[in-house]
Design a protein around this ligand. Structure first.
Ligand SMILES: Cc1cc2nc3c(=O)[nH]c(=O)nc-3n(C[C@H](O)[C@H](O)[C@H](O)COP(=O)(O)OP(=O)(O)OC[C@H]3O[C@@H](n4cnc5c(N)ncnc54)[C@H](O)[C@@H]3O)c2cc1C
Length: 440
């Protein structure tokens, strides 16, 4: 299902209420009243569909990537907020309970307290939910607490919004549209229940154990998990999963990490984890044998489905090597005959993850490996600085590799620079896959 189909599904869902309004064929009001209602209806539909854009539904994330899903979730939440905030201000008809003879509420805007309070609650709540999300980094609350409050706030806004539409809405008084709102709310709550109740229940029956935690590079750890029982994760090299280590399967303490192992190597999973905050700083202290839960796989950073690419160029910055290591291991394990190039940027040599294994891959599988260091040690023979347009021109354009598949993972500024440089030297955009390690 291409991205265009997902966009069409999205538009179909959010425009359904407007289509039903049109089908009601009620006598029109002033254009301002119609605009006000239209904005409110659109905002409510968008809020309900936000629950389906949570980056946890594999049917979507495996096609466009969780990072893209989450960026879209954020962007559309802001658009919904603008529509919702503007909605009450466009009404020009008098605020009054509709007279008995005005059965289609054409001459007045319903403002009785039971109709209006849920609207005020949803209006203020949506502003608060979006503001809290925007201010998360500055405010510095714990990620898990923020996530819980975000979910709770969203449920409140959706519930109050639907109640307001049913009680105050001219068009939502129609039973068909009324049932659409109720069904939309049920679907939204079902999406949350799937993520926070059903999926954890299933995970509880397929637990994992920490097999080992060993240093992989400076401030970076290699964590191995073994399944408890005969199950295995059915993933493609380069995908990621949510890891919950040492908590109940229902806990919000779970973080996304790329799978650095290869599916062909067996049921064990390996992750390369860099210290960054409260959970990752304690990775090195996790005792072997600790129970873990794995939710996934997610993500579209995988070379499967690109058999027509004559070669594969993997470009990593820092811990962005994790999914690419999984891809390289899989290519080696399956004896993929295509030429491979790894361009791997780090600040200093001690940050190179699995340096020995990369050397073996170069020797045994013929992978061309280019380490780029921005602070190289004395006597360093390889390229210095950043992975920039100049370096890519030499190793991609001059080598005639523009028709290869390019798989990128690293810090957002690096990804932006590398993508722009690749497009500049003639690599078609569909030949570039990239993933950011930023979820929210
Ligand atoms: C698709 C994907 C793949 C990733 N793969 C790797 C990998 O292979 N190796 C690696 O070292 N890192 C990876 N990361 C980053 C990793 O998830 C974060 O570094 C980690 O969650 C930080 O958690 P913390 O509690 O230590 O840090 P904190 O200080 O709590 O958080 C630092 C930042 O990490 C993010 N973060 C924290 N907790 C979560 C959470 N539960 N869910 C989503 N984001 C969170 C937030 O942006 C937060 O601001 C990946 C991220 C994504 C989105």
């Amino acid at each position: 299902m291409p991205a265009a189909a997902l966009i069409a599904i999205y538009l179909g869902l959010v425009l359904t209420p407007l289509a039903l309004v049109w089908a009601q064929g009620l006598a029109p009001r002033t254009p301002w009243d119609e605009l006000a209602s239209g904005l409110g209806l659109l905002a409510l539909a968008m809020i309900l569909v936000e629950f389906l854009q949570l980056g946890r539904f594999r049917a979507v994330t495996s096609r466009v990537g969780s990072d893209v899903v989450m960026r879209t979730h954020q962007l559309l939440a802001r658009v919904a907020l603008i529509f919702a905030l503007a909605h009450p201000f466009f009404y020009v008809s008098p605020l009054a309970p509709a007279p008995d003879w005005d059965t289609t509420r054409r001459m007045a805007v319903e403002y009785s307290w039971p109709a209006i309070w849920p609207g005020i609650l949803a209006w203020l709540g949506l502003g608060a939910v979006v503001a809290m999300a925007l201010a998360r980094d500055v405010a510095g609350y714990r990620y898990e607490i923020w996530r819980f409050l975000h979910g709770l706030g969203a449920v409140l806004v959706a519930g109050a919004g639907v109640l307001h539409a049913l009680r105050a809405g001219r068009y939502s008084a129609d039973p068909t549209l009324g049932w659409v709102w109720v069904a939309g709310l049920v679907l939204a709550l079902a999406a949350l229940a799937q993520i926070y109740l059903v999926a954890p229940l299933l995970r509880a029956r397929r637990p994992w154990r920490v097999a080992s935690v060993t240093p992989a590079a400076l401030n970076t750890w290699r964590l191995r998990l073994m399944p408890e029982g005969g199950h295995r994760l059915n993933y493609r090299a380069g995908q990621f999963a949510w890891l919950n280590i040492g908590h109940s399967p229902f806990s919000l303490n779970e973080n996304p990490f790329s799978i650095a192992s290869a599916p062909s190597e067996g049921p064990q999973l390996e992750f390369i984890i860099k210290e960054l905050g409260d959970f990752t700083d304690r990775i090195g202290q996790i005792a072997p044998g600790t129970r873990a839960h794995v939710e996934g796989p997610h993500g579209h950073l995988t070379v499967q489905g690109h058999a027509d690419a004559p070669g594969l160029a993997l470009i990593a910055g820092g811990v962005g090597i994790a999914p690419l290591l999984g891809i390289l291991r899989e290519l080696a394990a399956t004896n993929d005959p295509r030429p491979t190039l790894l361009i791997y940027g780090n600040r200093e040599e001690s940050q190179i993850v699995c340096a020995d294994e990369l050397q073996s891959l170069a020797r045994d599988h013929g992978t061309e490996i280019l380490h780029v260091l921005s602070e190289p040690p004395e006597g360093w023979q390889g390229p210095r600085g950043l992975i920039d347009a100049d370096l890519l021109r030499r190793h991609v354009a001059d080598a005639g590799r523009q028709d290869w598949l390019f798989v990128l993972c690293g810090p957002p500024p690096m990804l932006r620079g590398v993508e722009a440089a690749l497009i500049d030297i003639g690599v078609p955009a569909p030949r570039i896959l990239s993933e950011q390690f930023v979820y929210d």
